[in-house]
Design a protein around this ligand. Structure first.
Ligand SMILES: C[S@@+](CC[C@H](N)C(=O)[O-])C[C@H]1O[C@@H](n2cnc3c(N)ncnc32)[C@H](O)[C@@H]1O
Length: 221
């Protein structure tokens, strides 16, 4: 059966129930224990500055934000957005009364009120799970929220030819989220260029099936 990549109902991006309650543990297990090293390395590749203002789209349990913390100091601010009740509960518990991290219940597909106020916008393993129309809305939100010269940092599946990749890879991607198959075949750099970004940095992970892609918002710093 072929998947309709414009059908929102096939998305699996809203993590709920016990998968959400044990999400961090689950990620460690399905990556054979490599996730903590991978995510620490990826956060290092964000090139965080001590006073950065960072917007995190689909913050999940707040695990990534807790790793960003060690690069930040007074004057910094991290705002994490999510809509999953179990995810929000874990993230909010993690950062109760934190001096510069806040977590809000906010859909990242709706127009966000932020304009040119963030140095970085980070999104990890979220974008692939939306239909293309919604991905464009999320990218537009990131573009508006960033200051000129700020970076949109996408940690997600890399671009590759799914049809000619090993059957096991095709199977894993179908199981993970049907929309991921559509995502990996799109030219994300060109899409970002059309949405006002340039100066790309790429860091591959997991044999190139995953990458951190950073794109700068065009304009004067
Ligand atoms: C696969 S998880 C990734 C979580 C986190 N970014 C990470 O890397 O650990 C996808 C996340 O996106 C969130 N999400 C799904 N739809 C969303 C939406 N419309 N607005 C905000 N967050 C959303 C889910 O609740 C979940 O926390």
């Amino acid at each position: 059966m072929t998947t309709n990549y414009n059908d929102r109902s096939v998305s699996k991006v809203e993590v709920t129930g016990s998968e959400a309650r044990h999400y961090d543990f689950f990620m460690n297990v399905i990556t054979g224990g490599t996730y903590p090293f991978f995510i620490r390395r990826s956060v290092q590749e964000m090139h965080i500055q001590p006073e950065d203002k960072i917007l995190v789209l689909g913050a999940g349990t707040g695990r990534n934000i807790s790793l960003m913390n060690k690069y930040l100091s007074e004057g910094a601010h991290v705002l994490g957005l999510d809509i999953g009740p179990e995810m929000l509960e874990q993230a909010q518990r993690r950062f109760t009364d934190h001096p510069y991290v806040s977590i809000e219940n906010q859909s990242i597909v709706e127009p966000l009120p932020y304009q040119g106020e963030f140095d970085k916008v980070f999104i990890s393993f979220v974008l692939h799970g939306f239909i293309q129309e919604d991905r464009l809305k999320i990218i537009a939100n990131a573009q508006r929220a960033l200051r000129p010269g700020g970076e949109f940092i996408i940690l997600d599946y890399n671009q590759f030819d799914m049809e000619h990749s090993p059957r096991l890879v095709q199977f894993i991607f179908k199981m993970e989220c049907p929309l991921a198959t559509d995502f990996v075949e799109r030219d994300l750099e060109s899409i970002l260029r059309e949405q006002g970004f340039d100066k790309f940095r790429t860091h591959p992970h997991y044999r190139g099936y995953v990458r951190l892609l950073a794109a700068q918002k065009k304009g004067e710093n």
